[in-house]
Design a protein around this ligand. Structure first.
Ligand code: PA5
Length: 535
């Protein structure tokens, strides 16, 4: 489209332009429409060169090259849905045998051959994990859940004591029928470790042996792996160093919960495999992942200048924005490129769902700062059964589609760009394909902008910083306890403990300890002169 011609006129996409930018994938029941992204009809030459390089690098990655150089690791999530592609017989075998192990274990749970300590059957699953070890299963299970699910799921994905209490209260008396999955690739993540200790304590307080209800999913020889073996947990499933956390939904991390819920994991894998085949095409115009990567690059000028707002018009896809937020931002948000140059790359992702957000942030999208592009997700099939007509000839689903098409048009008329992914329906296969589409998009985009999508140095440094804070909290308590008669201000304690210590951190730690009745607090005229003493 010639946008200069359109200046001052109402913008709309012509039928011809729409056809030119509409990619239909009937074999998957998915279509991609990029006609409202204001890209040229043909891929610019300089991007063509970048894409050739990206496809080559993706090929190397899939063949088992070290695609995560900082951690010296292969990146093998594509092998999970097509083990034949794995670079060694050992990897091929372990993928297939693990799939079989999942099926057998789940059959035994569903048939009550594996039983809880004091009940006839496992009816609930409590999943403990964080980040890549929780978001994938949470998203998939909520997207595909139904009234006929085999088991009821609960999640703890944080170290928030109150959050843990809420989940345990909602399980309530069902704890004796609850299977707890502890998922951590590294097996040492503190949030998950804490959740495990807290949950174990609740089992014990209810006269139940945690180990008779627990399953671990973790890397070989991790702390978690060793604990599960020592204590003879119900089972332990592997995670491999060639699968990254945020791309682990097709490994045991996602497949075991999905199978326990009663989903067909083979269809889920088949959808991803089919999408992988399509997105291996080096022809950008026929490759939906390459097209998306081009849109991201075009929109943010290869610098992530615009955020991606995800608006699925489907309640089932509510968690997709959280899932993609992690997949995209943890992969693309990097300080340095592959040759060590400071680039501060990123692509902001946020969203929720339509039409709900038309009564919230969509106002700003239409009229406020133009710093985003929208990814609409449309699902054609409204529901399993026939719909009620809420007005003559009109169903609730017609309204949902009307709101999507209307909003998209209103945004475009105000110069706001968007693309639309249309799914015929949501099922295990289309969901597998949708996730695989974004995994490949992230991979290609990362190669276009020259970064390592598969490490997370920022997350690691956050963990290190938290460790230092905790050490300080212990020192503070120790000092107060060894001077039980004395009161101290934050400044005094910071001086005593170590000259280089940040007084503000000491102050914050003391406030938290006092709020939880672990030290006494004596208010003063200024908060900074507050005194603290051991209890
Ligand atoms: O994507 C990632 O690598 C992270 O989000 C991890 O999944 C997260 O930190 C949890 O790690 P782990 O599975 O080792 O407990």
């Amino acid at each position: 489209m010639n946008h200069k011609q359109n200046k001052g006129m109402t913008k709309s996409v012509t039928w011809q332009n729409f056809q030119q930018h509409y990619l239909d994938l009937p074999e998957l029941g998915i279509a991609l429409d990029t006609s409202r992204m204001n890209v040229p009809d043909k891929l610019p030459n300089e991007l063509g060169i970048l894409f050739r390089n990206a496809f080559q690098q993706m090929q190397n990655l899939e063949k088992g090259g070290i695609a995560n150089p900082d951690e010296n690791r292969m990146v093998g999530h594509y092998w999970l849905r097509n083990p034949e592609l794995a670079p060694s017989k050992d990897i091929q075998t372990v993928i297939s045998s693990t799939l079989e192990k999942i099926q057998n274990f789940v059959a035994e749970i569903h048939q009550n051959k594996i039983q809880p300590q004091k009940a006839a059957s496992f009816r609930n699953v409590l999943l403990l994990g964080i980040g890549g070890s929780a978001l994938g299963p949470q998203f998939v299970l909520s997207a595909l859940g139904s009234g006929t699910d085999s088991m009821q799921f609960y999640y703890i994905d944080n170290t928030d004591p109150d959050g843990i209490d809420q989940v345990m209260a909602s399980i309530g008396k069902g704890l004796g029928e609850t299977l707890t999955l502890v998922i951590s690739k590294s097996g040492g993540t503190k949030e998950t470790r804490n959740a495990m200790l807290e949950v174990r304590d609740v089992y014990e307080k209810n006269g139940l042996d945690f180990t008779k209800h627990a399953v671990a999913v973790t890397g070989a020889n991790s702390q978690l792996d060793q604990l599960a073996a020592q204590e003879n947990w119900l089972d332990c499933f592997p995670m491999w160093d060639w699968v990254g956390g945020r791309t682990s939904v097709f490994s045991v991390v996602g497949l075991l919960p999905a199978a326990l819920q009663g989903l067909n994991i083979y269809e889920f894998l088949a959808g991803a495999k089919k999408m992988d085949e399509i997105t291996r095409s080096p022809e950008v115009s026929n490759n939906p992942a390459a097209l998306l990567a081009w849109m991201w690059h075009h929109s943010g000028r290869g610098q992530g200048e615009k955020a991606m707002v995800l608006l699925p018009y489907k309640d089932r896809l509510l968690l997709f924005s959280r899932y993609l937020q992690q997949l995209v931002m943890e992969s693309i948000g990097k300080e340095k490129d592959l040759v060590g140059k400071k680039v501060n790359q990123g692509l902001t992702v946020y969203g929720n769902k339509g039409s709900t957000d038309q009564h919230a942030f969509v106002q700003q999208l239409r009229d406020g700062t133009d710093n985003f592009f929208v990814t609409f997700i449309e699902v054609l099939k409204d529901r399993e059964n026939k719909s009620l007509e809420v007005e003559p000839g009109v169903t609730s689903g017609d309204f949902l589609q009307g709101f999507l098409l209307g909003t998209r048009e209103a945004l475009f008329q105000n110069g706001r760009t968007s693309l639309t992914i249309t799914l015929e329906e949501i099922n295990t296969q289309t969901l597998g394909a949708l996730i695989a589409l974004f995994e490949r998009t992230v991979g290609l985009y990362a190669f276009l902008v020259g970064i390592n999508a598969y490490h997370q140095p920022g997350v690691e440094s956050g963990k290190q910083a938290a460790g230092d804070v905790l050490e300080l909290a212990v020192k503070i308590q120790h000092h107060l306890r060894s001077h039980p008669e004395q009161k101290f201000t934050a400044t005094e304690l910071a001086d005593i403990l170590q000259k280089t210590i940040n007084t503000e951190t000491v102050f914050q730690l003391l406030l938290h300890l006092a709020a939880n009745d672990r030290v006494q607090k004596f208010d003063a005229s200024s908060p900074f002169s507050t005194n603290f003493q051991a209890i």
